[in-house]
Structures are given as structure tokens and as C-alpha cells.
Design a protein. Structure first.
Length: 86
């Protein structure tokens, strides 16, 4: 099973260091396309979603959440501005 990230550029950069491929949508339409592609792709077991992308209220994300099971959806908490702590 593979892991995918749908998030902001900082999250994508950080998770890429661990070998996790990231998608950085700029708007709701791009987020919808990203989640539709993830839903269609076989072998993805975990989808990490940044809080900023979740705020886009993508219908495709809601559909993935309602499917339950695989892939599991984990929303990453938002970082406070200026917060450099892990």
C-alpha cells in the first residue's frame, strides 16, 4: 500500500523527504481532480490531507471519506503562523 499527500507546498516538501508523493492543489477544482485520481488509482492505502486543502470542501474528498476503509484519510492539523516547533 502506498501513501499520498494532498496539501500545501511546505507539507509536500517535508513529506517528499520521506518518499511520500504529494499533490499541491491551488483551488477547489484541482483538489477535486487530485482526489478523483487518488480514488481511481489502485494500491493507495493512506491519504494525508492538509487542513488548508480540507477547507476547500472538495466533494471528491467527502466521497472518499464516506467510502470508509481504504484508503484511510488523515487530516493533518494546521500549523500556527510562525510556529517552527515540530
Amino acid at each position: 500500500m502506498r501513501i499520498r499527500l494532498v496539501g500545501d507546498a511546505d507539507d509536500a516538501l517535508g513529506f517528499s523527504l520521506a518518499g511520500i508523493e504529494g499533490i499541491v492543489p491551488r483551488d477547489r477544482r484541482e483538489a477535486d481532480r487530485a482526489f478523483a485520481a487518488i480514488e481511481a488509482e489502485k494500491g493507495i492505502g493512506l491519504v494525508l490531507v492538509s487542513a488548508a486543502v480540507e477547507d476547500l470542501s472538495s466533494p471528491a474528498l467527502e466521497r472518499l471519506k464516506l467510502l470508509g476503509g481504504i484508503p484511510a484519510i488523515v487530516v493533518l492539523p494546521a500549523r500556527a503562523r510562525g510556529d517552527t516547533s515540530p
